[in-house]
Design a protein around this ligand. Structure first.
Ligand code: RP5
Length: 169
């Protein structure tokens, strides 16, 4: 089994957010790899990783980092693979620093930036890209959407049973 998605994080301290992406890829049975690389602490290794990813069969990269989060941008500078950025709340600026670092990429070097701590959405986005050429995976995503909708409907049933004297139903 060869990995199709690479999950990269700037530090092991980013794992609580990035494991949401890993859990979701796992649930969808998408083969993935996961490692730590730092744009500032291991810049050479980041360049090497990004340059070799496509040749190893990786189709999409999810990169999470906090603070002055250069990781997804530097990866995108070294590959034409789609790169999804996950800004992480790990410093005094609570993720806004990482969000701006990722979302404000210059023309020519795109990073598809998720919400702060948006690990699960990163996996869902990656799955959506892979599903363009994988009908079985597309079916799983359709099922996921139906389950999400059902949860909202069920929540309305619960709310419907909450009684208030002045509630108009
Ligand atoms: C970033 O600095 C990492 O992505 C992490 O969010 C933050 C803090 O890293 P550690 O000091 O916890 O290793 O590069």
């Amino acid at each position: 089994m060869k990995a199709l998605v690479s999950i990269v994080m700037g530090s092991i301290s980013d794992l609580p957010v990035m494991e949401k992406a890993a859990d979701f890829l796992n649930e969808l049975e998408i083969p993935f790899e996961m490692c730590t690389l730092s744009a500032h602490r291991t810049p050479g290794a980041v360049a090497e990783f990004a340059q070799q990813a496509k040749g190893r069969g990786i189709q999409i990269i999810i990169a999470g980092a906090g603070m002055a989060a250069a990781l997804p941008g530097v990866i995108a500078a070294h590959t034409t693979l789609p790169v999804i950025g996950v800004p992480i709340n790990s410093g005094a600026l609570m993720g806004v620093d990482a969000l701006y670092s990722m979302v404000q990429m210059p023309p020519g070097v795109p990073v598809a930036t998720m919400a702060v701590n948006g690990g699960q959405n990163a996996a869902l986005f990656a799955a959506g890209v892979l599903a363009l050429t994988d009908a079985k995976l597309a079916g799983k995503l359709d099922d996921y959407k139906k389950k999400s909708a059902a949860k909202v409907t069920q929540a309305n049933e619960v709310l419907g049973n909450v009684k208030y004297d002045f509630r108009v139903i």
